[in-house]
Design a protein around this ligand. Structure first.
Ligand SMILES: Nc1nc2c(c(=O)[nH]1)N[C@H]1C(S)=C(S)[C@@H](COP(=O)(O)OP(=O)(O)OC[C@H]3O[C@@H](n4cnc5c(=O)[nH]c(N)nc54)[C@H](O)[C@@H]3O)O[C@H]1N2
Ligand SMILES: Nc1nc2c(c(=O)[nH]1)N[C@H]1C(S)=C(S)[C@@H](COP(=O)(O)OP(=O)(O)OC[C@H]3O[C@@H](n4cnc5c(=O)[nH]c(N)nc54)[C@H](O)[C@@H]3O)O[C@H]1N2
Ligand code: SF4
Ligand SMILES: [Mo]
Length: 707
């Protein structure tokens, strides 16, 4: 370490972020980011994305000042303007839209959850637009909402041992957490530690993921069939009397109806549907029910299907009937640190005009959200179509904060057309130029996490951490500063009562007795975990019970007990089509070196993962004349894209798994060849989960050929 080096503790935000890190500084320059061995959240872990933070921060392609479109849309001609000009322009355009057409004619879009999520939500609500466009219907929200109607909140695998007990059994279902590093507020390395300590590990995944190598059971199910598997497990646990009688009787609602409902869903019924043998289903179910405590770690494998919501409900029921809810080592509800304000908390003088206060009338104008009873936002694929069709109306302006939907959403060409030819005014905030940003009228440079002071509390887990501003690149700004300023100019001060973001950060930690500057020095504050909180106050559902039978679904006219529905395009549901497209297509398994469409321009990461890969079973590859590393075409009834074959015997011969969100930052703008390898082009726009609007991104059909 050179004498000028100092080390600052901070929190990484290379993904959803929960790892504490040591940032090495030489003078004003960040030279290295390393894991923090003293961190209770991550114990020294750092992944390649975290370690690449300085390279990302100082990358030559970072956006450094606001850019206004100078040529035709998508011509890549830009004029540098000042922040003052940019903010005046946005304010003036949004003001015009709301007075001329109505507040719903503005949409706010964002990608995955990020530190500014509270601000984007607040802004949309306060402005009065129900059109919040996000990937939430495919990610996390199906699980969050199913949890809230079943048990009041999202139960999380208790892998930190606060109750002096680690899970004796871990069932890892449709989640690749040890690879993704961190997601949903949890650190993958800590999950790995929990797997090591567990007596029994059950992995439910169509692919032999890392944890499956050493698992006691690997249930290699057919993609999209997970609800059938869960129902059969429930059947075994109830019919063999392995359920937790005390929990079910005292805290459960509708157990008898559940027992009746699952009677016919035997392992023998599920075996041909799931391709997991009845005896394996029985053994795994018995193990899960009898090895206490047990937890389920779930992930995107559940969300992205047209049966997503029912599947999430079925998995919650598995947690409930085994009595693993809110017990040490089970699936628990975190107790957040005292005094840290939760997201969406009402500011002191908030008189309405947003959030739950948005008028029912305004809410009813949401574009196609009402088609799906359990999505809180507008339905993203339908939204983009509406911009072209003008049905039910055409949104006039959109602010896309941190999303690259051309690459990460389905219907990319529709989005491209919508932005190019129909949207009157588009603002994109990003760190880098992207295929989506190329279609904007105004592009705003966003700050990297090393440029941000923050209270890290996005997932409201058991701790809040500090993040420290250690650099400034060009004129990049924290998105929240920009949103706050535009909000103030539009007169939305009720929802944003703070003079600036530092006042907001003070307000967030007010209850701890610390101001942000003090909190920052403390680095982390932790909650005091308590378990079995339902014994005092029940669960946050209409019946105050764990709803095996969902009263909320009953009211919505949807099945109150989980039912299995076959994926819309599968060898079973569409045998004719499957003759031409004989392979089952899974997409978007997250990879260690990238975050969705981000970081492909970072040399150290790209070197380790240079091309978009599609996993193919060696038998199938041999039959098709494909060798490892060959470029292949992956084709669905909707499109054809190009990826590189990676032979993998941990996937069934008729299943392939393709990486998502590839574009080529090194290619020529404005399009950066984004269509070449974008697997999201393969999906149609006609099959959605009836409850949440989720899309079958992990269970579609395709064919593959050498190119
Ligand atoms: N086929 C398929 N598609 C999928 C998935 C899948 O499994 N399969 N996964 C889906 C999932 S889970 C999700 S969440 C979505 C993600 O979808 P997106 O969120 O659209 O994905 P990103 O590539 O992360 O795009 C984010 C953009 O935000 C920028 N960015 C990063 N940090 C910041 C910031 O702090 N401020 C601002 N202003 N910009 C920032 C990045 O540079 C990048 O260009 O993709 C979904 N797409
Ligand atoms: N490195 C990295 N980390 C990330 C991200 C990233 O892009 N890169 N993205 C972040 C985001 S936004 C999210 S939402 C999380 C997601 O993280 P995860 O929840 O882990 O999601 P995925 O990697 O999409 O898929 C998880 C597993 O589901 C399996 N799977 C696919 N189809 C099925 C199925 O039908 N049934 C079952 N049972 N399993 C199936 C896949 O084989 C895969 O192993 O990761 C976050 N962390
Ligand atoms: S897993 Fe996420 S938070 Fe942890 S080091 Fe990697 S990028 Fe950072
Ligand atoms: Mo996600």
């Amino acid at each position: 370490m050179s004498p000028t080096t100092r080390v600052v503790r901070s929190s990484c935000r290379g993904c959803h972020g929960v790892c504490q890190v040591l940032v090495h500084m030489e003078g004003d320059r960040v030279v290295r980011v390393a894991g923090d061995p003293d961190s209770p959240t991550s114990r020294g872990y750092i992944c390649p994305k975290g370690a690449a933070a300085p390279e990302i921060l100082y990358h030559k392609d970072r956006l450094t000042h606001p850019l206004k479109r100078a040529g035709m849309r998508g011509e890549n001609r830009w004029e540098r303007i000042s922040w003052e000009e940019a903010i005046s322009e946005i304010t003036e355009r949004l003001d015009r839209v709301r007075w001329e057409s109505g507040t719903e004619y503005f949409a706010l879009a964002q990608g995955t959850g990020r530190p500014y999520t509270e601000y984007t939500n607040r802004f949309a609500n306060a402005f009065g637009t129900p059109n919040f466009v996000s990937p939430g219907h495919n990610c996390f929200l199906p699980r969050v909402i199913a949890s809230s109607i079943t048990v009041g909140a999202l139960p999380i695998a208790d892998i930190y041992g606060f109750g002096d007990e680690m899970p004796a059994c871990v069932m890892n279902w449709g989640c690749n957490h040890t690879e993704t590093g961190a997601s949903d507020g949890m650190c993958g390395a800590m999950f790995k530690r929990a797997l090591k300590q567990a007596k029994k590990v059950i992995v439910v995944d169509p692919r032999r993921i890392g944890p499956a190598e050493k698992a006691d059971y690997w249930l290699q199910l057919r993609p999209g069939s997970e609800c059938a598997l869960a129902l059969a497990m429930i059947n075994v646990i109830i019919s063999e009397d392995l359920y937790d009688h005390e929990f079910v009787e005292k805290y459960g609602f509708g157990f008898d109806r559940l027992a009746d409902h699952v009677r016919s869903f035997t392992p023998e019924w599920a075996a041909p549907v799931t391709r997991v043998s009845a005896s394996l289903i029985r053994s795994a179910a018995r193990t899960f029910a009898t090895t206490k405590p047990a937890c389920i770690q779930w992930g995107n494998g559940i969300d992205m299907s047209t049966n997503a919501f029912q599947t999430a409900r079925a998995l919650l029921i598995l947690m409930g009937i085994t009595g693993n809810i809110d017990v040490p080592g089970g699936n628990v509800f975190w107790v957040p640190p005292k005094g840290i304000r939760p997201k969406g908390h009402k500011p002191p003088d908030f008189k309405g005009g947003g959030g739950q206060f948005m008028s029912a009338e305004k809410k009813a104008t949401v574009i196609s959200g009402n088609r799906f009873p359990f999505t809180p936002d507008c339905h993203t694929p339908t939204f983009w179509k509406s911009v072209i069709s003008g049905e039910p109306y055409r949104v006039r302006a959109i602010w896309i904060v941190g999303s690259n939907p051309l690459s990460t959403a389905t219907q990319g060409p529709t989005i491209e057309r919508a932005l190019k030819d129909y949207m009157e005014y588009t603002v994109v905030s990003d760190l880098f130029m992207t295929p989506t940003a190329q279609l904007a009228d105004l592009v705003l440079p966003a700050a990297h996490w090393l440029e941000q002071d923050d209270v890290v509390f996005m997932h409201e887990v058991w701790c809040a951490m500090s993040r420290k501003k250690l650099a400034q690149i060009g004129e990049a700004r924290d998105d929240r500063d920009v949103i706050l300023e535009v909000a103030h100019r539009l007169g939305l001060n009720d929802a944003f009562p703070w003079p600036d973001r530092y006042a907001y950060l003070d307000w967030i930690c007010e209850g701890t007795g610390m101001r942000f500057e003090e909190f920052k020095e403390k680095d982390i504050v932790m909650g005091e975990m308590r378990y079995r909180k339902h014994e005092e106050r029940g669960f946050g559902t209409p019946s105050r019970k764990f709803e095996f039978y969902s009263t909320v679904m009953e009211h919505a006219g949807r099945p109150p007990l989980p039912v299995y529905v076959e994926p819309p395009l599968s060898p079973v549901s569409a045998p004719e089509l499957a003759r031409d497209y004989p392979l089952i297509l899974m997409t978007g398994t997250k990879v260690l070196h990238y975050f969705h469409s981000e970081l492909h321009q970072i040399d150290s990461l790209r070197k380790r993962h240079p091309d978009p890969l599609v996993e193919i079973n060696p038998e199938t590859a041999a039959r098709l004349g494909i060798s490892d590393g060959d470029w292949v075409s992956v084709e669905s009834p909707h499109a054809k894209v190009r990826l590189k074959a990676k032979l993998f015997d941990g996937i069934a011969p008729d299943v392939v798994n393709a990486e998502h969100a590839w574009w080529y930052p090194e290619a020529t703008p404005p399009d950066y060849r984004w269509k070449e390898s974008c697997v999201n082009l393969l999906f149609g726009d006609d099959h959605f989960d009836p409850d949440t609007g989720a899309e079958p991104l992990k269970c579609y059909i395709c064919r593959i050929a050498p190119v």
